[in-house]
Design a protein around this ligand. Structure first.
Ligand SMILES: Nc1ncnc2c1ncn2[C@@H]1O[C@H](COP(=O)(O)OP(=O)(O)O)[C@@H](O)[C@H]1O
Ligand SMILES: [Mg+2]
Length: 258
């Protein structure tokens, strides 16, 4: 009899506790929804601010650079060695403008070519034309998810821009390999090199090296840099390939194998 009573009391206490927990859970869920909404609003207004900033800052500067270059192009003699350089500068400014406009219009920017290999090849064509560096390029065309391709392309652009600006390299070798489950991108230059631990990189350094690393990490991979003075520099980037597909050689007019 007594035991029965005790059991009943325990049961009723448990039911009460269950009701309390349920109410608490409902409150937490409501708070989570409110927080999510607030976070989405904060993201939206930050995005709006960045869009305005991009539009009024970088885009205006690019538009005016484009005008100057177009004026210059019309003045340069067709036989002048400057002609192709100005034309290339115009193409690059146009590409930067279209990327900035895509960002403003919320389209994710896309690769400026049908495959990563051909996008790299076309950057390298510009690089070759701008100097006397011997360039080797080894790659096969394949497709990855667009964000993955774009991130690898950005990493490559930064590595190449560093070679252009800092390396004074007589020779450059770029390799893009799909070895499932990974993609490997290697940019090796035989230039002047530097001490990655030294004051040089820290003091002079912009955000380039950090952004290459960060982009690789965001893809679940890593980007390493090896360099020493006089020995050149290697950027080695290994990231998960994600879903991928091979591209038939010749399936795209701008795909290459070298
Ligand atoms: N390929 C390279 N050859 C020689 N030095 C390099 C190379 N890449 C990077 N560095 C050195 O590392 C520094 C940091 O590079 P980075 O973070 O990309 O900044 P930034 O290119 O804006 O200077 C550079 O200033 C340069 O001294
Ligand atoms: Mg840099």
């Amino acid at each position: 009899m007594v035991r029965n009573l005790e059991a009943k009391e325990t049961l009723s206490a448990l039911r009460q506790e269950a009701r309390r927990l349920k109410a608490e859970l409902a409150l937490c869920q409501e708070q989570a929804v409110l927080l999510q909404r607030a976070a989405a609003q904060a993201r939206e207004s930050e995005r709006e601010r960045l869009t305005l900033e991009l539009h009024d800052g970088a885009v205006q500067a690019l538009v005016s650079a484009h005008q100057y270059l177009a004026a210059l192009e019309s003045q340069v003699e067709i036989t002048s060695p400057l002609k192709p350089l100005v034309a290339r500068a115009l193409t690059q400014v146009r590409q930067a403008l279209s990327e900035a406009r895509d960002l403003i219009n919320s389209h994710p920017p896309a690769l400026p070519a049908s495959t990563l290999a051909s996008a790299l090849e076309s950057e390298l064509a510009d690089f070759r034309a701008g100097g006397s560096c011997v360039v080797e390029f080894v790659a096969r065309p394949f497709r990855l998810e667009p964000e993955r391709e774009l991130a690898l392309y950005r990493i490559f652009q930064e590595a190449l821009s560093n070679v252009r600006r800092h390396a004074q390299a007589p020779r450059l070798r770029v390799e893009l390999e799909l070895t499932p489950p990974h993609v490997l991108l290697q940019v090796r230059d035989w230039g002047r090199g530097f001490d990655p631990q030294g004051a040089d990189a820290a003091a002079l350094g912009g955000r380039g090296l950090a952004s290459m690393r960060r982009r690789a990490e965001l893809l679940g991979g890593r980007c390493q840099l090896e360099s020493s003075p006089g020995q050149g520099t290697t950027v080695l980037c290994q990231v998960p390939a994600g879903p991928w597909s091979e591209v038939e050689l010749g399936a795209y007019p701008d795909s290459h194998r070298r």
